[in-house]
Design a protein around this ligand. Structure first.
Ligand code: URA
Length: 241
């Protein structure tokens, strides 16, 4: 991408995300160079395919098989309050996969991840990488909506995460974007805060994992959208490398 296209994409992204202007301050212009990478990046973490098996006997090779194994799931208490199990959506051979936390009200009704307000923002974030929702895959750690959108509980995560791991192993994306603290913690088994983890790239199940802020957090803290833009530049670079 030439400089002009890069600048246009950069400005369009902020416009779509609701930025009200830009500053000519040199500090703003050089911000990317200063903050894009931590001064001394921590060692990439290699997370192997542990904990990836369910009690099901065979390893699935397609998303349909995983969906079928989930069935009309009653493995944890979340099935009691759900309208629809939200499996995942997108391209089965996607190079880029986004992982969120759990369905909210809109997702529970429509059966598709990230279709509410946070989802609309995620769609713009995906477009900022030069892709569409159809070209990536989107899933959550938890497939059923927790009541009143409360945080998922440990037993719910432990019951549901093997299905996400199977989705990752079948899709085999080149880059995984973990959206928010909960997804990052589940995937990397890290207790560090999302603010500390983002800005780094991790090795994960044969892919590169990029932690970033959850779109719902960005709706509350729009000043952090620039960080997400930096993370998406990294995603672009990883996809074209
Ligand atoms: N938040 C998530 O983490 N996932 C969704 O699908 C919707 C909102």
């Amino acid at each position: 991408m030439n400089r002009r296209d890069a600048l246009t994409a950069h400005l369009e992204f902020f416009q779509e995300l609701g930025a009200e202007g830009f500053s000519r301050e040199p500090a703003w212009r050089f911000r990317g160079e200063r903050l894009a990478h931590p001064a001394s990046p921590s060692e990439p973490t290699n997370v192997d395919s542990e904990a990836s098996s369910t009690n099901d006997e065979t390893t699935p090779t397609t998303l349909d098989q995983i969906r079928e194994a989930l069935g009309d799931c009653t493995r944890c208490k979340l099935h009691q309050g759900r309208t629809t199990l939200v499996f995942g959506v997108g391209h089965p051979d996607a190079d880029l996969m986004f992982v969120g936390e759990a369905p909210g009200r809109d997702e529970d009704r429509q059966g598709e991840p990230f279709v509410g307000r946070a989802g609309q923002l995620l769609t713009k974030i995906i477009e900022s990488v030069g892709l569409t929702r159809d070209q990536v895959y989107i899933a959550n750690v938890i497939k059923c909506r927790p009541p009143q959108n409360r945080n998922p509980e440990l037993d719910e995560v432990q019951t549901c995460e093997p299905f996400l791991f199977q989705q990752l192993d079948v899709i085999r994306p080149r880059v995984v974007v973990a959206l928010g603290a909960f997804a990052v913690r589940t995937l990397l088994r890290s207790e560090q805060s999302i603010s500390r983890l983002r800005g780094q790239v991790f090795d994960y199940r044969g892919a590169k994992l990029v932690p970033t802020f959850h779109p719902a957090f960005l709706l509350r803290s729009p000043d952090r959208k620039r960080d997400v833009w930096e993370d998406m530049k990294k995603v672009r670079a990883l996809l074209s490398s």
